[in-house]
Design a binder for this molecule. Structure first.
Ligand code: FE2
Ligand code: FE2
Length: 300
């Protein structure tokens, strides 16, 4: 049975406020790409939506795996990066102004993808060598675009340039090692890589959040990601990240609705079916930590 048919209506409906926020995000980025000034009023409205979501129910906000495949993925990608950065910055104990500055930098780091020169890479098919070359320049281009915006925190331009750098110097455009990157870059690099996997694209399916997290853990062991930043992502989003659908040893299917920092393998859940696999009329919230005989045996 498709997971979406098991989800409570309120979670499926969460796509709609997401779409409104993504339109705001797209408006801000599109305006900058046309060389106009930063739309501070739209950013204030977007922040209001994000804070509302965070206070209300983080899972609704973080259900990336259920987001639709938009023909133009850039607005939803920017929005997801922004809200995940805000969520993680707060979880790391940063102050609200610091968290908002990081969220804004995360909203804007891919602005180079909005430059007319990059329009050639958005067709969704396999890229030619020339198109790949253009793509590899989007982070440097983004830095130039943001550095030219009056009144914008310089952090945004810095993170735009560094969001595809890697701690081991294997990234681009500068291929410089970790000690030359801004301290917030390692988190933004992971946010971008995680979202790049769990978001659907017109040309490929999304990976499950758990699959994406597993790959990041492996890659971090090879030095591609900063271990402390990965720990922040793991503690913020979970080993079975928020929004993952899991099967329990007792037969139930459940949605991961939070993180249990004391035992990442036993998160809070929303039971979607009974032990026989029949959908529950009302999903039931449980803490898996309260059921020692039960365990997660499969992640979708
Ligand atoms: Fe990028
Ligand atoms: Fe990206």
């Amino acid at each position: 049975m498709a997971t979406s048919s098991l989800l409570p209506a309120s979670y499926v409906a969460a796509q709609s406020p997401g779409a409104a926020a993504a339109r705001l995000a797209g408006g801000i980025l599109g305006t900058l790409a046309r060389g106009k000034s930063f739309d501070a009023a739209a950013w204030a409205r977007l922040l209001e939506l994000l804070w509302g979501d965070l206070t209300e129910d983080p899972l609704r906000q973080l259900c990336w795996s259920f987001s639709e495949a938009w023909p133009d993925y850039r607005p939803m990608h920017a929005l997801n990066a922004c809200r995940l950065a805000l969520f993680l910055a707060l979880a790391q104990g940063r102050s609200e102004p610091q968290a908002e500055a990081l969220a804004l930098a995360a909203l804007l780091y891919d602005v180079g993808m909005w430059h007319p020169r990059l329009a050639c890479v958005l067709h969704g098919g396999p890229l030619t060598e020339q198109e790949r070359d253009a793509l590899s320049r989007h982070s440097a281009l983004g830095q130039e675009m943001l550095a030219a915006v009056a009144g914008l925190d310089p952090l945004a331009a810095r993170l735009a340039r560094e969001h595809h750098e890697r701690p081991d110097g294997s990234g681009y455009p500068d291929s410089t090692p970790r000690n030359s990157h801004h301290e917030a870059s390692s988190l933004v690099q992971l946010v971008d890589s995680f979202l790049g996997q769990v978001e659907p694209r017109p040309f490929r399916k999304a990976r499950t959040p758990a699959d994406a997290m597993g790959r990041l853990l492996l890659q971090s062991q090879r030095g591609h990601y900063d271990a402390a930043a990965l720990r922040s992502l793991l503690m913020g989003v979970g080993l079975y990240p928020l929004g993952s659908v899991v099967r329990l040893s007792g037969g139930e299917t459940a949605l991961v609705r939070g993180v249990n920092p004391d035992d990442l393998k036993r998160p809070p859940l929303l039971l979607l079916t009974d032990a026989e696999g029949s959908p529950r009329e009302r999903p039931l919230s449980i803490a898996l930590a309260d059921y020692p005989a039960q365990s997660v045996i499969d992640v979708q």
